[in-house]
Ligand binder design. Structure first.
Ligand SMILES: [Zn+2]
Length: 233
């Protein structure tokens, strides 16, 4: 039987694919993926960006190259991102395979979107990661594998932009999270499961919030919080 996740002719071992570890069920000679919800466990990192600095910052104000700047805002950290830039800016020292990473943010322009990343890892000269992208102007989200080098950036859309009623619009605060456990990748918005897929490609890494500006003008974002949890056993 072929595993529907990794496409390897695989055997079922205790309810899991012996190759990629996806949870499977034998449906009369055909393997079907099971979807147990990923449950958040204890808190590893918790930042209230309305009052705290991101890790590695000495103040709540910072200026960076390329026209990117950060200012304190009563709602969090206000980020102005240069045109055609995707900026990871709240990163932590938690390198793990399985975790839940949450943030909350506001966008102010069409097409500008925020992302929450897991399994960010340097692989040679490249950096790879999964991100759950949320575009409030489209009230849509997607799950992607992203890789970048100093010269090139690429995206594999695991689930392309999909509208979801839980996503609030421009100017409103959206809480969003990525949950990763083994090959299972889930995106949640405002407490509701939004997108879910199995992908066995990237295995371990760090987390981050990213502010993504694909437009030709500088765009503002406000990021309010950041939290990393383990996955409950
Ligand atoms: Zn498999």
């Amino acid at each position: 039987m072929m595993c529907p996740v990794c496409r390897v002719p695989a055997a079922l071992r205790g309810g899991y694919c012996e190759y990629c570890q996806a949870p499977l069920r034998d449906e009369g000679g055909r393997l079907e993926v099971q979807y147990p919800a990923i449950q958040p466990g204890p808190v590893l990192v918790s930042l209230d960006l309305r009052s705290e600095c991101p890790p590695g910052w000495s103040t709540r104000v910072k200026n960076m190259d390329g026209g990117t700047s950060f200012m304190p805002d009563p709602r969090g950290i206000a980020v102005k991102v240069a045109p055609r830039t995707s900026l990871p800016f709240v990163q932590d020292g938690v390198r793990a395979r399985d975790l839940v990473c949450r943030s909350a943010a506001i966008t102010f322009a069409p097409v500008a979107y925020v992302a929450i990343a897991a399994r960010r890892e340097a692989v040679g000269a490249a950096e790879t990661q999964y991100t759950f992208d949320i575009d409030p102007s489209k009230r849509a989200a997607r799950l992607i594998r992203r890789y970048a080098t100093s010269k090139v950036a690429g995206v594999n859309e695991l689930i392309p932009w999909t509208e979801h009623a839980a996503i609030l619009g421009i100017g409103e605060l959206n809480h969003f999270e990525i949950r990763v456990q083994g090959p299972a990748i889930e995106g949640w918005v405002n407490g509701q499961p939004c997108l879910r897929i199995y992908d066995p490609v990237y295995g371990i890494g760090y987390t981050a919030v990213m502010c993504c500006n694909p437009t030709d003008a500088p765009q503002s974002f406000v990021v309010c919080g950041f939290e990393v949890r383990t996955v409950a056993a």
